[in-house]
Design a protein around this ligand. Structure first.
Ligand SMILES: [Zn+2]
Ligand SMILES: [Zn+2]
Length: 309
């Protein structure tokens, strides 16, 4: 499997600017507006781009964090979302467990609510080997804080300074949401909360497929509806929609309802419905008689020529 760097065609030490440049070039080439076949790849590229950008931004922050003793740790979670949830700007409540600040020791890990300088790293927060190699590995004793709790340790958090905590948030995913970042809703570390980074994974829908902002689905109609035309009321992702079946519609014909798709900013997609004519298998006596009459009429006429009975 190709790595994120390989997909974007950049080196692992690429800068944020390099990543943006590479993404822009790929976006121009594979954007669905220009290259419908590139849609899937474009989606992958977009996800990779956001992932790398987040990674680079957090890495760029890290040297600072390590030297100034790290603060806050980002909490990264994956969340499955349905097409319904991204369709109409629905609020999606989320409930996530993070490392909260221990209330009994104010996050110090100490019963005295006090900390002292870590002997192992002399307060630098860097591991001994890391200091020589100028590496950025945090000290294994203090975890990069530069300080350790004064004994005795807090009994509630066993010196960790953190306790599990439930975070309740509301997100509003859009059709293009891939990553949602909520500031300071991540894990507590060294006095500060990191960010909560939510990677959204869209679940496949049983009846509809999203292409850009357009929704693609199908509808089943009877031969009578196809011949005479009809209006079908259909629930499309929890929204009522009227689908006009024209007289003489053929199996596989497409009804496009402009503006019936999803909305993003000022852009609105269409609802694209493929018509499927379904022949009834079980019919009543009355229907049988009527169909027999139709058949008789059809056999007695030479029109339309497309009917070869
Ligand atoms: Zn240390
Ligand atoms: Zn505690």
């Amino acid at each position: 499997m190709a790595s994120d760097y390989e997909i974007l065609g950049v080196d692992e030490d690429a800068s944020i600017d390099d990543i943006k440049k590479a993404y822009r070039a790929l976006a121009i080439k594979y954007h669905p507006d220009k290259n419908p076949e590139g849609k899937d790849f474009f989606q992958i590229v977009s996800a990779v781009y956001k992932r790398l950008l987040n990674l680079k931004r957090s890495v760029n922050k890290k040297p600072e964090r390590v030297f100034k003793k790290p603060t806050g740790i980002d909490l990264i979670v994956n969340l499955d979302i349905t097409l319904e949830e991204i369709a109409w700007g629905t609020k999606r409540p989320i409930r996530i467990q993070r490392k909260g600040c221990c209330p009994d020791c104010n996050g110090t890990g100490s019963q005295k609510k006090a900390r002292r300088t870590c002997n192992s790293c002399d307060g630098s927060g860097l591991s001994g080997i890391a200091k020589i190699l100028k590496n950025k590995n945090p000290c294994s004793i203090c975890g990069g804080r530069g300080q350790i709790p004064e004994e005795p340790y807090c009994k509630t958090c066993r010196g960790e300074g953190t306790v599990p905590e439930i975070v309740r948030e509301t997100i509003i995913p859009t059709p293009y949401s891939e990553v949602i970042t909520i500031a300071e809703k991540g894990n507590y570390f060294n006095g500060v909360f990191g960010d909560l980074i939510i990677f959204l994974k869209r679940k496949r829908h049983d009846h509809y497929e999203l292409k850009g902002l357009s929704l693609h689905g199908s509808v089943e109609i009877t031969p009578a509806q196809a011949i005479l035309g009809d209006t079908i009321k259909k629930n499309v992702l929890n929204r009522p929609q009227s689908i006009r079946i024209h007289q003489g519609m053929q199996h596989g014909d497409v009804v496009t309802i402009q503006g019936g798709g999803l909305q993003y900013g000022t852009h609105v997609g269409d609802l694209v419905i493929t018509v499927r004519i379904k022949t009834p298998v079980i019919i009543s006596k009355e229907e049988t008689e009527l169909y027999e009459q139709i058949l008789k009429i059809e056999k007695g006429t030479t029109w339309p020529k497309v009917l070869k009975i």
